[in-house]
Design a protein around this ligand. Structure first.
Ligand code: BTN
Length: 262
């Protein structure tokens, strides 16, 4: 995206707080794309959060899109520089961002879990999604863009979405998105701080303990067909460990295994 597109947005405020620069934008294609363009143009050097009131082309993992009504929700990209982490532990980034978003939603609602790899659920419905885009040079991360979409005050969703929810639908209350953002920033900073202190193993344990359907038999769609299995862990590469009802362990890469909702 040309930088002129970014500067042509209707509103743009930049301010610093808690050692993080926050860039407020009115309308963009995708905050992750804006973050990428800012990084490529050398305009971001420290921890930064880019937030837009509206995304024209919000992106999800794989080929998914992310739809969010103007001003109703949070669509942000958190940019940080995990040079302290080995790229072989790339999945830790996904785990800590999931934990931070889990923390935020749990502050407001009950029944929160993380659906592997990084969706946030309230009971059986998806309330937040995360799209992580890392840059690695040699054996070092040069940046991590963690795109986060949290459904805050959304009341109605596109009928094509299988199981969406929002804080409003889960709790019956409307929320100030700036207040939710403040809590999100504290948790992102605290979770990245713990990772920096080499607490990756502990964070992975916590991530696993918060997984949706952990230790519960369920039917999964896998490349080998349907299996009845339960989640018993996630390894450092982010592979889901499923133990089937015949006692056999299966490891699945991201998006290879999906519980079947019937
Ligand atoms: C998913 O559930 O597949 C991930 C959704 C991620 C959505 C967020 S909204 C802010 C950031 N910008 C994007 O275009 N996507 C992420």
């Amino acid at each position: 995206m040309p930088l002129s597109t970014i500067y042509a947005t209707k509103a743009m405020h930049i301010y610093d707080k808690k050692n993080i620069t926050i860039i407020y934008l009115d309308e963009v294609d995708s905050t992750n794309d804006t973050a990428r363009a800012f990084l490529d143009a050398g305009r971001i050097s420290g921890e930064t959060l880019i937030i837009a009131r509206f995304q024209r082309r919000g992106r999800g993992r794989g080929k998914r899109t992310w739809l969010s009504t103007r001003n109703m929700n949070l669509t942000v990209s958190y940019v940080f520089f995990p040079a302290f982490l080995s790229p072989s532990h790339q999945f830790y980034l996904s785990a800590i961002v999931s934990l931070a978003v889990y923390d935020v939603i749990s502050y407001y609602a009950n029944g929160v879990t993380i659906k592997w790899p990084n969706d946030i659920y309230v009971l059986n419905d998806k309330i937040a999604g995360i799209l992580i885009e890392n840059s690695i040079e040699g054996n070092k991360f040069t940046s991590c863009i963690a795109g986060i979409g949290i459904n805050v005050n959304e009341k109605e969703f596109d009928p094509s979405l299988p199981n969406p929810t929002s804080l409003y639908l889960a709790t019956g209350k409307m929320y100030d998105t700036d207040a939710v953002l403040d809590i999100l920033i504290s948790h992102l900073q605290s979770r990245t701080g713990l990772l920096k202190e080499s607490k990756g193993d502990l964070l992975m344990k916590e991530y696993i303990n918060k997984l949706y359907l952990l230790n519960r038999y369920f039917t999964y769609r896998t490349p080998a067909g349907r299996i009845m299995a339960k989640i018993v862990g996630v390894d450092d590469f982010g592979r889901l460990n499923l133990l089937d009802n015949k006692g056999q362990l299966h490891l699945y890469m991201i998006d290879e295994a999906e519980p079947i909702r019937e």
